[in-house]
Each structure stands twice: as C-alpha cells, then as structure tokens.
Design a protein. Structure first.
Length: 408
C-alpha cells in the first residue's frame, strides 16, 4: 500500500509560504483578459438565502470542481437543518458567474453562542488561474469578518486548498484540533484498469471476488424504498461499535436531497436474497465517498462470507463504471495515519478494526490541508484550551463533536 498526500500537512511550525494559485504556463492572452474582466466585477456576498438561481450556479460549480465535497452543496445544508444548523453562503461572483464560495453551517450552542463550521471549503473554480489569489483573499477576508458575529469558526480547507489555509492563518486563525471533519482518509484510484484494481486487493479478497456469486452473495443498487433497511442495518452497526445511529427520517432526507442531483447511491448486500449489509455513498467532484454503513451483526453467515468486503468491492466497481476517479472510505483516525506512514510493515495491532479493514483494498492515505479555527473571545479561547488539555476535557470535546456531526 502506498501513502499519498493530496495536501501534505506541515511540519510543526507552519505551512510553506506559497501554495496554489499563480499563473499557469501557457495561459493565453484571451484567458488573462477574461479573468481581468472577472476581477473587475468581483464581489463577495454573505446571505442565508442567495436565491434559487445563484444556489443552482453554486451547486454546478461544486459538481464540476475536482475533489469537491457534498458538504458544500445547498442540498447538504438542507440536510443539516435537521440538526439545527442554518447555512450562511459566502459567494464570490462577477456578474452572473460564481467564481468561488463557501457554505458555513451555523448553530447556537448553549452557554457559548453562535458557532460556525466550514467543512471542505471554501471552493474556488478550477479554471481560475491569474485571479485565484484575489478570489481567495476576498473569501478569507469575509470569513475573518464573519467571526465578529460568532463565538467560534472552524474551517477544514478543501483538497488542494493550502493557499486557503495560509490566507486564514495570516488573518489570525490558528491550527485546529477540533476535528470538525476528517482530516485524512483513504482513497482508491479508480482510473486504474479493473485488472489493476483487482490485483491491488489482498490475496484473500481476490479469491472472494470469484467466490461471492456462487456463494449466494449479491450487491445491488437500491432506492428510497430501501432506506428502512439501511436504517435497521446502520443501527445494528452503531450498537456494535457503540455510537448513536442516524434516525430513519434523517436518512430519508439525505437521500431525497442528494438524489435529484445524482449525488447519492445506495448499495444493498444480499445473502440468498435477504439484505444483510447496506452502504450509502455520496458523489461530488469525481469522488465517490462512503458515508453510512450498516451490517447485520446477528448474521454469522454474512460475516463468514465476508459480505462487508463484497459491498466495498462493488462500490469500487460501480464508481469506476460511472465515471468517478476515486473511491473514498470516508476518513481515517489520526493514529492510523501515523501507523500507516511508519517505515516497514504495517503494525496491524496499531490500527482500529474499521481502519485495518480499509487497508485491504489497495488504497492510498490521503491528507487534507490542516484545519484552522478562530475563537475571538480570549476568555472562551482560554477556557477551550484548558478543557482540551485534560483527559476529561477531551472526552467532553469528543462527545460534543460527535453530537454536532450527527443528526438530531
């Protein structure tokens, strides 16, 4: 297994001085002239409701931006309303064209005030070259201004957004350990041939890919009618792993919001016709990402026949067949990243079971730019820092983080 860093995290001490943006070799004079015109009309607006036309343009930009994330889509903002989040859209426009932006999800926290988090944003249009730095600057300035009305703002920059992290650090943000979104994940490169994908599996999994059909294991694409099955299987997994599952209505809204834009797919793993596994995946920017997994933990036959692995292999195959360039497992724990980057053989005892499972499919470790945060109040910032230094405080912060990530 190789280790790849999309955005290599900095050594302690900071980021490189420059990242992203700049003038691409071979940029034509007409392209430079057009971007100059766009720059002349550049403006950033902050609003909870940009209107349907502007929201549609924002969603289209996200859909065509490589490695973007569904967490920035307006549909995702509608989903998060179930957990009492309200969106604030920061949109950089020039005329009718959206050049970049961010969906900040805001929520009131008792005893603290309004808190905002920005997962995998801001996003800047891929085609911008000579004015990317200017768009980035305007968005960073606006985010900094936004903190005047928030007790805290947490930002996980997107894939390739090192320049975004730098701009925010220059405006008073600091590196964050809050973990508002997974900072690392594991991805499988779907641009490889199917033979290469199969060859990258562990030897045992390669054998299973030939045995599943004859052993009665089948994976099919589901639809909204299968959401109750997903809810039941996800609850079984949650009970087994000790976390709170998403309620069924949350899963229904997730599917209903993302399906019209083609941003979601539901896979069902069946054993002799009975569903024993389910996987809800989201797609955006060419990346198919695992979001919610369910498994019938009472079925010894499903475990014996490795149906969970059949689900992942089918998701990889489905993603390749439908034009995605990467399959994303949806996150890796920090301690797993350290173990996977260590020299020599992987220390399997150092990996939690779910992360060890992810290493069997030939993926690469993928790291986002470092998360940043700004807590304007010195009193709140000091209290937060004291809390996170102790073991008890870390447990509180972990519990709060999981509650904020989840549905109501």
């Amino acid at each position: 297994m190789q280790v790849h860093s999309a955005s290599q995290p900095p050594e302690l001490g900071g980021l490189p001085k420059e990242a992203g943006g700049g003038t691409r070799p071979g940029v034509t004079a007409p392209e430079r002239a057009r971007e100059k015109q766009l720059l002349a009309g550049l403006t950033v607006t902050v609003t909870p409701d940009p209107g349907s036309e502007l929201l549609a343009a924002w969603d289209q930009l996200l859909a065509r931006t490589i490695n973007s994330d569904v967490a920035q889509l307006s549909a995702w903002a509608n989903i998060r309303r179930l957990a009492d989040y309200e969106p604030l859209y920061l949109l950089a426009t020039s005329g009718a064209e959206v050049l970049g932006g961010a969906t900040v999800l805001c929520r009131k926290v008792r005893g603290l005030g309004r808190v905002g988090y920005l997962p995998y944003g801001p996003t800047i249009a891929d085609h911008l070259v000579t004015i990317r730095a200017s768009v980035n600057k305007q968005l960073a300035d606006t985010l900094h201004t936004l903190t005047r009305s928030h007790a805290a703002l947490f930002v996980q920059p997107p894939d390739g957004g090192e320049d975004i992290a730098i701009a925010l650090l220059q405006r008073g943000f600091r590196f964050s350990q809050a973990g508002i979104a997974p900072a690392s994940t594991m991805r499988v490169d779907l641009t490889q041939s199917e033979d290469a994908l199969r060859a990258n599996l562990t030897r045992r999994l390669r054998t299973w890919t030939r045995q599943w059909p004859e052993r009665g294991v089948k994976v099919r694409v589901g639809d909204r009618r299968d959401i109750p099955v997903l809810a039941r299987l996800a609850a079984s997994t949650a009970q087994y792993q000790g976390f709170t599952p998403f309620p069924e209505n949350y899963l229904e809204v997730t599917y209903d919001e993302l399906a019209p834009g083609g941003h979601v797919v539901l896979l069902l793993g069946e054993l002799s016709g009975a569903p024993v596994a389910a996987e809800l995946l989201t797609g955006c920017g060419g990346v198919l990402k695992s979001r919610i997994t369910g498994m019938d933990r009472t079925s010894t036959e499903a475990a014996k026949l490795n149906v969970a692995s059949a689900m992942i292999w089918e998701a990889i195959s489905w993603g390749k067949a439908n034009g995605y360039h990467a399959y994303d497992f949806g996150g890796l724990r920090a301690e797993s990243v350290v173990a996977l980057r260590a020299a020599g053989e992987i220390d399997q005892d150092a990996l939690p079971g779910p992360d060890l499972f992810k290493t069997k499919f030939g993926g690469d470790v993928w790291t986002y730019p470092p998360a940043v945060e700004l807590i304007p109040s010195r009193i709140i910032r000091t209290g937060y820092d004291i809390l996170r230094r102790g073991d008890g405080g870390q447990k509180v912060i972990t519990a709060v983080r999981e509650a904020l990530r989840g549905g109501r």
